[in-house]
Design a protein. Sequence first.
Lengths: 439, 182
Amino acid sequence: MGESFRKRRKILGERFRKRRKFSSKAWKAETEAKYSSSYSWPDLPAELLGLILRKVPFVDTIRCKAVCSSWRSAASQAQAEFHSIQSTPWLMLPSDQEGDFTTSRFFNLAEKKVYKMKDVFGAFGDDVWCVGSCHGWLVMLDDEANPVLFNPFSRVHIQLPLIPVEFFNPIDRSEFAQIKKDFISKAILFADPSHSNNFGAVVVIYGTLSSLAFCKQGDTTWTNFVGENRGYYDIICHDNRLYALRYNCSVEVWEFQSALPTKILSIEPRTTLKHVDGNLPRDKVSTQLYLVKTSSDFLIIQRTIGNFVNAEGDVVDESYLLSSSDTQPLVCPYRTMLFRVYKLDLSKKLLVKVESLKDQVVFLGGNQSMSLSSHDFSECISNSIYFSDDRWSEMDVDYLYGGHDFGLFNLDDEEIRPIYNSDLEKFDPPPFWITPNPW
Amino acid sequence: MSNQSESPNPTSSSNKITLKTSDNEVFEVEEAVAMKFCTVKQYFDDENNNNVTSGTSTTLIPLPNVESHPLAILITYCKKHLEIKANNADNKKEMEIDMEHYEREFLKNVMPQELTELILAANYLNFKEALDFFCRAVASAIQNKSVEYVRKFFGLESDFKPGEEEKLREEFAWSFEGVDED
């Protein structure tokens, strides 16, 4: 630093202190003068760089690694801590270009930005099918319906044992590959395998009876749960236990300490849910149930889907599709109409209707059902349910739609809004919520 | 040396503390302001314990790691911070709104180089709110920005071996797309 520069700095310093108001043009001029020439940038120690990088979204930390070597190590450090900090899930979408089956898109709610990844699933064949999403990992069935865990952000995969033939008797394995899209309705992991390579256990709801089966880390095959084992709607892992929701709204708690899972509790609410709420005709809608653990409660969420919904948003009868004078039937895809939320009162064994989720935000679909607080994630609209299409059995029913039923339901006004505008009507493969976990 | 003794509330009669920077400038600040700098507070408390005399304007605290330029800015920021807090003592929401507004205006005048100096000074002084604010400001300034932009922002140059950066860019090509260059 030259003598004249030092002198100038001193004069500037004095001027600054004499000034009364902070935000003035003079300050700007002064700082511009200060940094204009022969200024040597101070180095940020790794510890302070780390403070900054911990406030940067993970996708930016990836780019920060390419800045220089000290940034690379600070960013790696920040990333290593990242997995424990939650982020909002991204919506995994197929390509929007016709005929492009190799590009996947990931819509980040926080930035309202779409990231495109080329050939993410290439290694698993053309007809890979997702059945679950947990800790940033997808549970998938590859071309031959062999189960595999895959992290699309790190591109790491973990092969799982084959599904035993007795699970899909009487058909054989090649036929099974044909029906795989309608076989597993949900799959969850007990642990995040990113760092330890240990997923704990994978639990699935499978088959026409909606039974439970599991495969622990190190197992060579899948094993059925013992007991009645049917009629499961949703499963979540909480505190290293499995919470399983059944058709009658009972919630079972299973422990995984011994070789076989043991049922340690079954909470059977004394109240039952109305099949359909509101003014929707019961015979024209379907319902799906989800189990969600919020910071304080277990929620049972009922999703009501109109089987045929016309352009005006009204649920119609199937016969309506042919009532037009045209020879072509009308296209009225299924659409989610509303959600109802109930709190499971564990002590009184009651289901209590919840009018507001307050600051909570819920993500539902093929993913492990989850909830976040909009205080922590300002990109989320509070008191809302972000949902994706998990009506996979209808994926191949109509070539004009499928996978399209995703959006945002707000409990304040009970309106459904789009979260991502697209010209597509068919989303094949169906969108999935996935929380990026790239390391 | 001249003093900076502007007060958000001129009628208050509080003790003054004198701070001396690495470039030998002397700042006289109100105790309430100085106490937000934990390093100063620590020094001040230790002094008070050693001498039984209470804090008076004779206390001079040397800050060998802080230059006058960032200190002047930090004092201004701190005063405003206290003022906003005092004005909205019973309304946290209002306080947050006012603070946000002030911080937005504040950042319009700050140059990237200055932010780095402010972070270093706030860290040395252990002024937590300011450190958090400046780190947030930098984090949001580099969000969705190109690598080249970040380098320019911090006056950095790549020191990678040939191929290292390319490998990273290739592996995570998706995250380098669609970012702002300036």
